[in-house]
Design a protein around this ligand. Structure first.
Ligand code: ATP
Length: 302
């Protein structure tokens, strides 16, 4: 009997782990627009993004004074490059993204975009320059068109339609009885996880930011939908500086650089091939996740 229950137990564990990840990462970005702790410094100027070169210079950060989370992070993200941040749970990956969006101020070092310290620019201009694609998108109880247009005030129907095409959701919207006027959200049409993610991508395309943060973390999408979404994301990354926060290494193989964060420090960085050759933390994570994938496939096949 215990043989029968073991796989069920494991499935329960996988479900709870994924579910928790979804909630944590979802709430991380929902909070961003509502928190108003950080104020513009006197004389703050609008951020001028000529290229989108992002730098972290010896960045230190703690949420609570007695527990340091980031311990001197140096990161150089060239304009237009895609950098993936990976590492164990609690390493500080989401924190890096929150700090870039200036959700909190750092306690040491500096973060610059094209040479401008983000503490010296207006928050409105900083947040206009950064697009976030969370994995768990919140939809408003309004039309699907409104939900896409939310990316930028004053977006017109043409831009909304273009963005829907870019996010590969235009065909789906056209098949709905009311097209872009179809109501979605809790009180309207319920969209699948993949469809919601495409709305988030379309929203970001309307915003057209030079810098992107992709939260590709634990996701409950089936593998085919996930591969489709991955292809769409790779298309929108082109020409933008992109930071990918990733939990599954299979989605970051294409990144220009992979940064391995461990306990608030950069443990390793390089391309996928370089890090495998190095035979360190990343190589170990890669082997472990490959074994887990195989185990998952066997479980699914039983
Ligand atoms: P995961 O892969 O599990 O999402 P992560 O690498 O993204 O983890 P972070 O969310 O950046 O990790 O968290 C880094 C550390 O900061 C964790 O130890 C976490 O407990 C702590 N932390 C995160 N948010 C807060 C907060 N609002 N207040 C206090 N501590 C926090």
């Amino acid at each position: 009997l215990s043989q029968l229950f073991r796989p069920l137990d494991m499935l329960g564990w996988v479900y709870r782990t994924i579910r928790q990840g979804v909630i944590d990462m979802g709430s991380m970005f929902d909070l961003i627009d509502t928190q108003e702790e950080i104020a513009d410094s006197p004389g703050a100027r609008p951020l001028d993004v000529a290229h989108g070169h992002v730098r972290f210079e010896n960045v230190e950060f703690s949420y609570d004074p007695d527990r340091q989370i980031l311990k001197g992070i140096d990161l150089d993200i060239p304009a237009g490059a895609t950098v993936a941040v990976v590492g164990p749970s609690g390493a500080g990956k989401s924190t890096l993204a929150r700090l870039m969006y200036r959700f909190y101020d750092i306690t040491g070092g500096r973060i610059t975009i094209d040479g401008q310290d983000i503490r010296t620019v207006t928050q409105a201009s900083l947040r206009a320059a950064i697009g976030i694609v969370p994995q768990d998108t919140v939809l408003f109880n309004d039309t699907i068109g409104y939900n896409i247009a939310y990316g930028r005030e004053g977006a017109g129907p043409e831009e909304i339609a273009d963005a829907a095409r870019g996010a590969a959701i235009a065909g789906f919207i056209q098949s709905l009885p009311d097209g872009f006027d179809t109501r979605v959200g809790e009180r309207g049409l319920k969209l699948s996880g993949g469809e919601k993610q495409r709305v988030a991508i379309a929203r970001t395309l309307v915003k057209n930011p030079p810098i992107l943060i992709l939260d590709e973390a634990t996701s409950a999408l089936d593998s085919r939908t996930e591969a489709d979404i991955q292809a769409t994301l790779e298309a929108i990354e082109r020409g933008r500086t992109t930071i990918v926060i990733a939990h599954r290494l299979s989605t970051v193989v294409h990144a220009d650089r992979i940064v391995v964060l461990e306990a608030g420090r950069v443990a390793e960085q390089g391309t996928h091939a370089e890090l495998l050759r190095l035979g360190g933390v990343y190589a170990e994570m890669w082997t472990r996740q490959a074994q887990e994938r195989e185990a998952g496939e066997e479980l699914a096949a039983e």
